[in-house]
Design a protein around this ligand. Sequence first.
Ligand code: 9PG
Length: 453
Amino acid sequence: MMSPMPTTPRLLETFTLETGPKTIVHEQGWQSWSPSATYPIDGVPHRSTHPDIHVMNYRSDRVPAPGTFQGEGLLAVRAGPDAPVHVFAAPSGATDIASIAATRVGDRLEIRASAPVEHMEDAGRGGIGGALARWADRYAATTGVGTIRPAPTGWCSWYHYFAGVTAADMDENVDRMGELDLPIDVVQLDDGYEAQIGDWLELSERFASLEAVVARIRAAGRRAGVWVAPFLLGGKSRTLAEHPDWAIGGPDTPVDAGRNWDQRVYALDTTHPGAQAYLRSVFGTLGDIGFDFLKIDFLYAGAMPGPRHAGVDPVTAYREGLRVIRAAAGDAYVLGCGAPILPSVGLVDAMRISPDTAPEWEPPSGDLAHPSGRASILTGESRAFAHARFWVNDADCLIVRPAVERREALAEHVERFGGLRMSSDRLADLDDWGLATTRRLLSSVPAEPFVPS
Ligand code: 9PG
């Protein structure tokens, strides 16, 4: 009789498992937007469709071999519905996180890891979801997770206004949430206020003053939040032009962190003393302005491999960068996004656990790391185990205006899996159902871990 508790973990780099036609494999993606899912043994896992998309949404330097499953730091296999779950996982977030590949060879699955991983057999309840939850309890205990702070409710500007948001749009929605008496604690300004990626304290032409935005939010009795991509330096930014030595790889060979905002972007070397002083100044100033909710995004850049000022490994450098931000941010509630999952445990209050939601159900690029209802649900469900163990899970914002495709499915997803509840519609666009759904989902915040049955 198999024990219901996981076996004591053993460290190994290779392992072979017998499989059958009902074998399933769970792959964990590297960062918030990387697809994470459980596949039948003959299934084809979701892979990046373009090198730029790979860098920005997957683990930049690890491209799985065709025909293999690959988890970044975490992979689980169940040989059949009555079999135990084998969990292979990185021992702790503060070390090198192994890529764990599973290749089918006849009736067997060969597991190979790029660094030592722990192996556990789990015959408890809940299948793969249950085994991952029990593994997550262990990982959280080894890595160190303090008290998980209760999430505020919120409204976010991104999923209606996108990068075109204006100060007037913010004012309109602040007024409207008051008229509607919606239970919203935090009003979070997303991408679009800044002059450039990396020039966070200079404003785009659509904003005259962040102080004025905050004053309006606070006068309405709510808290102010802001989006920053602190580990990115835009190719068009003044910060990069003036401090090319702050990029991972240095001024001559900066490491490419992908393409967005009509430019190439680069990665901040979080070990560089000048870059650390810059992070302190940006987050100190945003705190002084009155923001006490921070959505820190595109964090994967801080964990990219490449030459750094201090010769430390990428995960150590990344965690150091997050600590610098936290120290500068005081008591602000910190939401990580686009962030390596396992290396972030213990350092953020909430974490985006999926690709972006979107008014479109299918991603136009065909890449399931890209914004789309389908992609956000696929990966969000598979990371339910992390909620209230690693942090508060952010299954992304609720969007339920009539123009949103399959809005009922998106609402159901946020209701089941969303630990952080934020609305992101233009509130004036909500019909009766959209408004009632928004009010209901923002009225409670699930604090307990999800327990798969
Ligand atoms: C702001 C947005 C929102 C959103 C974040 C993040 O691969 N890409 O090009 C890509 C672009 C944007 C993106 C994710 C991936 O969205 O998740 O909530 O804050 O940035 O730019």
